[in-house]
Design a protein around this ligand. Structure first.
Ligand code: RB5
Length: 142
């Protein structure tokens, strides 16, 4: 489990972000919402950048990014060297993104995922540890 979770989305990911926030509030999980704050259209690279910058000095923390598909916002975040953002559409992908890739950011598609599955993916991401060992060398090569 991580100390703090940063959340950021564009307008297309806003509603799913709100649902994940509700889950965090109910379960006393500490988070910080970095925006956006409504359904008004914004540009996903801007929100990927806000979260990525935050993680550059909050390096024990994790982030969750949301856009319509999760594609644009994960591509944007992965331009930052310290970010390993994993776009996940299944619990298995979330599990492997942590165990094998030590992903520090989860990217979700608000227009792709059912809410229930999205929450399962979030939980798997947050509660799964990096296996290190042979995976460390590969992650270092990224
Ligand atoms: C916004 O319409 C949409 O393009 C964006 O949220 C995302 O899906 C891009 O990858």
């Amino acid at each position: 489990m991580v100390s703090k979770i940063f959340l950021s989305s564009d307008h297309a990911g806003f509603e799913l972000k709100e649902k994940v926030k509700n889950y965090f509030i109910k379960n006393f999980i500490e988070f910080e919402d970095l925006g956006c704050t409504s359904l008004k259209p914004v540009d996903y690279p801007d929100y990927a950048k806000i979260l990525s910058k935050k993680l550059s000095y909050e390096n024990e923390s994790k982030g969750i990014l949301f856009c319509g598909t999760g594609i644009g916002i994960s591509m944007s975040a992965n331009r930052f060297p310290h970010i390993r953002a994993a776009l996940c559409t299944s619990v298995e992908m979330a599990s492997k993104s942590r165990k094998h890739n030590d992903a520090n950011v989860l990217a979700l598609g608000g227009r792709i995922l059912e809410d229930k599955l999205a929450l399962e993916i979030v939980k798997e991401f947050l509660y799964t540890d990096f296996e290190a060992g042979r995976h460390s060398l590969r992650v270092d090569k990224i």
